[in-house]
Design a binder for this molecule. Structure first.
Ligand code: FMN
Length: 196
């Protein structure tokens, strides 16, 4: 795991996690952020550590995920400009033909953003915006996050139990003519829902 310098600021602002100016504090912050068990399986590298294993195609990885991915990082990756370890790891995934998943959360998108995304998609990268579904009737911010994380894990081919899978509408909800569907309060969450 690595983080850009701007990512350190975002992490501090949004989650209160202190990773230092250049990600040098990321390793120490992981147990408090992700829990000791998960942190024990993660290696952290600061943004300037371009000598770290992810910089080389010889270090085998099943894929690289940039999440969240700023428009600046996305632009640099789209033209092969690697100014830090995050961008280099993405560059390596592209050149080695490995899965590269970018999770932008920008809105709205300019023509520049869209052209950069199209260039990456044509190179085989997966553009997976942080656009959660609402058909599973999320109740918490965590439900929304899990929906996106589950999609990322699916693209990596990893088995997981994160997020809800769509199982179709219930027969009652598909037959509006019978009046059989129970009345629903759209704000009541899953309790009143005919959608699983
Ligand atoms: C709290 C916060 C949230 C941000 N969210 C985004 C974002 O979602 N997308 C984006 O492109 N930039 C976002 N930015 C701006 C980026 O930090 C800025 O574009 C930066 O230059 C990205 O640098 P990087 O590509 O090296 O990570 C955010 C900044 C802050 C402080």
């Amino acid at each position: 795991m690595s983080i850009t310098d701007a990512g350190c600021k975002v992490l501090r602002h949004e989650l209160g996690v202190e990773a230092g100016l250049h990600g040098e504090g990321l390793a120490a912050a992981l147990p408090g952020w992700l829990g000791a068990e998960v942190a024990g399986h993660v290696r952290a590298f600061d943004s300037a550590a371009v000598e770290a294993p992810p910089s080389s195609g010889t270090a085998l990885t099943s894929g690289v995920i940039l999440c969240p991915c700023s428009m600046g990082t996305l632009a640099r990756v789209s033209v092969g400009f690697s100014s830090n370890l995050v961008e280099r790891a993405a560059d390596v995934a592209l050149k080695e033909g490995r899965t590269l998943i970018l999770v932008p959360r920008e809105a709205p998108l300019s023509a520049i953003h869209l052209e950069n995304m199209l260039r990456l998609a044509r190179l085989g990268a997966v553009i997976l915006p942080a656009s959660p579904g609402f058909y599973h009737r999320p109740k918490t911010v965590e439900d929304l996050v899990h929906h996106v994380v589950g999609k990322v894990l699916d693209r990596l081919g990893l088995a997981h139990g994160v997020g809800a899978r769509w199982k179709g509408l219930s027969p009652a909800a598909e037959d509006p003519g019978t009046g059989a569907a129970p009345p629903r309060d759209p704000l009541a969450g899953n309790g009143g829902a005919a959608i699983p």
